[in-house]
Design a binder for this molecule. Structure first.
Ligand SMILES: Nc1ncnc2c1ncn2[C@@H]1O[C@H](COP(=O)(O)OP(=O)(O)OP(=O)(O)O)[C@@H](O)[C@H]1O
Ligand SMILES: [Mg+2]
Length: 221
């Protein structure tokens, strides 16, 4: 910034927004970035922070920002939808007003933070232009396509743990699931297999896992 003469114009720090459907790897990526850059990532779940503990929030946040600055943490605000949702609403209960105030405070701190800040959110539509301007990058996490789903299925489970009757390529092709949903299916199917003291997940168990996961999303097999 100094050498290039940009310090007068640009604020220090870098702000990135990760957005996209649930289970597409936003949280995972934020942690991996910390690993790759050899820095600690401090995760704050905003759905827990905003408006729950009125008054305390600003104090707590101030402490986090101060610490993060001195220790060179990456600040990661997960589930940041709480930030985008309420800001413009006109419903002015005392609670909402307070939440709005906290959000304004938080945005200011995010903007002034001289290090790296990552925010993760499911919603794009709520993010207005004024907000978008504050991010140096906005990165969309799409749902995986069939080929990527196959890689996810294959990458998550040791191959010998899957019965030979299971055709993963067909399953990957047929079911449009996020990485997070695929992990849930495998967890459930693995528990079923363990319960019957089996070394392998059967096709029926995998199917049960799929049914359960799809039902959560209001879909059927
Ligand atoms: N692209 C991916 N590569 C590898 N694993 C993935 C990928 N996407 C998701 N997963 C798996 O799914 C799990 C859930 O992903 P993660 O929690 O990062 O999703 P998210 O985008 O943060 O979801 P949410 O919006 O619900 O918070 C991960 O822990 C990982 O096991
Ligand atoms: Mg997440």
């Amino acid at each position: 910034m100094q050498d290039w003469g940009l310090a007068r114009t640009l604020k220090p720090g870098y702000r990135a927004l990760f957005y996209g459907p649930p289970g597409t790897g936003k949280t995972l990526t934020a942690t991996l970035i910390g690993q790759a850059a050899q820095v600690d990532v401090y995760r704050i779940d905003l759905s827990m922070v905003v408006s729950k503990y009125i008054g305390e929030t600003e104090k707590n946040l101030a402490r986090v920002f101060d610490q993060a600055q001195s220790r060179r943490w990456v600040l990661f605000f997960d589930e940041a939808d709480a930030l985008f949702g309420k800001r413009n609403s006109n419903n002015q209960s005392a609670n909402d007003q307070h939440a709005n105030q906290e959000i304004a405070y938080l945005l200011q701190r995010v903007e002034d933070f001289p290090g790296t800040v990552i925010l993760a959110s499911n919603l794009r539509s709520n993010i207005d232009e004024a907000f978008a301007r504050r991010f140096q990058s906005m990165i969309y996490f799409p749902l995986p396509d069939a080929e990527q789903r196959l890689r996810l299925w294959r990458g998550m489970l040791a191959p010998q743990r899957l019965s030979a009757e299971v055709k993963l390529d067909e399953i990957a092709e047929r079911y449009e699931l996020s990485g997070g949903a695929i992990a849930n299916v495998l967890r459930y199917a693995a528990l079923l297999a363990l319960r019957r003291h089996s070394e392998q997940i059967s096709a029926a168990e995998l199917r049960q896992g799929l049914v359960k996961e799809l039902r959560k999303e209001g879909r059927t097999l």
